[in-house]
Design a protein around this ligand. Sequence first.
Ligand code: HBI
Ligand code: FE
Length: 337
Amino acid sequence: MQELPSTPRPVALRQAPQGGQENSGTARRFPEDRPAGILTAASGKHGVVAGEAGRPARPDWTIDQDWESYTADEHGVWKTLFERQAKLLQGRVCDQFAQAMLDLPIGPHQIPHFGELSDVLKKRTGFEIVAVPGMVPDDVFFEHLANRRFPSGQFIRKPHELDYLEEPDVFHDVFGHVPMLMNPVIADFAQAYGEGGMRAKRLGKLTNLARLYWYSIEFGLIRQHDGLRIFGAGIASSSTETLFALESPSPNRIGFDLERVMRTHYRIDDFQESYFVINAFEDLLALASIDFGPLYERLGAGPVYEPGDVLATDDVLTRGDGSYHAAKRTKSTRSTT
Ligand code: HBI
Ligand code: FE
């Protein structure tokens, strides 16, 4: 068992809670006259999280990557993160992710060009990368995915935020998500999520759908030839969660079940208490053909589970001892959505 860093605040990406709701986004309106180029509010926050100041001029929230504007220090942050994670992921990330890293124009020396990544990605799965300031409103996010555009944060975290960040930056989005978008099945699933997101929002079921995204695309594990491997971007872009998710005795590791997952709260500001494990990427895509209408009806009627719950009906691969979160709970209040 590897020793986990005992530092507080782990994590690569925590999507900031929006309006206290489980990632349900904001319905805020912003003035239309915002000048282009203002990407970061004085607060240092980005995108939706920055409020009015985070909204770019274009209605689809895209901005230019403006690659030339990255400083040497910013490329240096990328390098630190890249080298640490590339090493750590060996033998821990799924084969498809590892292979995609070799196929993409991505390396330690500089923040990648979105245009160059898109050239390769487009040929493989038809996806392209567009730059956004940070978190974008749900409907904007869904619209991009539904059209096989992956919105990636343009900014990179500051040197003092290497292990904890509330917003999706270029390291989380490009290092964490783009390799999996090279996989045709994941690409189709991401598009289906975008399409389904609109519908879920209309039906008031976005909370349920967002849990599916969270426990798969962001924090999913997969069974491969020699054991559990990472495919979720939130894990793959975090050194501390890479070790926690696979090697800590604390979390539960449970066989993926759609309805079970969609009933389960998740943690937004710390490691997950439970990870869900798929057998193959095709399992995810099969979900895209399910009629979510009746499913949403059932979900509305049935129970909701806490992040650490283990049920009698679960296919439990590892029953966690919960030690990590128990130790923290004695110190602070719980924070889940
Ligand atoms: N915006 N840039 C960005 N990245 C996300 O992952 C994201 C987002 N906006 C909304 C959102 N995710 C989620 O709230 C939805 O997946 C539900
Ligand atoms: Fe993400």
